[in-house]
Design a protein around this ligand. Structure first.
Ligand code: HEC
Length: 144
């Protein structure tokens, strides 16, 4: 087989794999990891203004205040850049990738003092998208 035939085969396989990846309704660990890789390498950056709108439209604000008040979930005031503690005893510094991961896979680790009640947004199903996640992250990064 010559080189271009191999390249075509690889391309066809990637497309088939891509189609297969679109199918599962529930996100598997592998698809979450892929989404995260996509989310962290994509060119388009989040748009904070759009993220602010989404934060309301997707009801994030019903559990997360932005003024320091505690709710069903932690306030987003002072969250970015802070160190969060988890029920498994670990802690993590909140940077951009941390927030993406927290939104894509919210119940991976549970913050101390809270329950596993955060719903995952169905970013694989239009009209939702990874851009929404980027935009939410961009907004959360602006909340001081
Ligand atoms: C029903 C209540 C609820 C809703 C709605 C909700 N969350 Fe949460 N969220 C929580 C709870 C509870 C926690 C803490 C427990 C945990 O770690 O999952 C949390 C944690 C978080 C964290 C921090 C996680 C970490 O590990 O650093 C972020 C960021 C976050 N939510 C963003 C969002 C965004 C963005 C939305 C909207 C798309 C949203 N949340 C909607 C309840 C909610």
């Amino acid at each position: 087989m010559n080189r271009s035939a191999i390249l075509i085969l690889v391309a066809v396989n990637s497309v088939l794999l891509g189609i297969a990846c679109l199918r599962p309704a529930r996100a598997t660990d592998a698809s979450i990891a892929r989404s995260l890789a996509q989310a962290t390498t994509r060119e388009s950056k989040g748009v904070a203004d759009r993220g602010k709108l989404l934060f309301k439209q997707l009801s994030c604000n019903t559990c997360h205040s932005t003024n320091g008040d505690d709710g069903l979930g932690p306030t987003m005031k002072g969250y970015f850049g802070s160190e969060v503690q988890y029920t498994d005893g670990s802690s993590e510094r909140v940077d951009e990738n941390h927030v993406k991961w927290a939104i894509i896979n919210p119940n991976n680790k549970i913050m101390q003092g809270y329950g596993p009640t955060m719903p995952a947004i169905d970013y694989q199903k239009p009209p939702r998208s990874l851009q929404d996640v980027d935009d939410l992250v961009a907004y959360i990064m602006t909340i001081e």
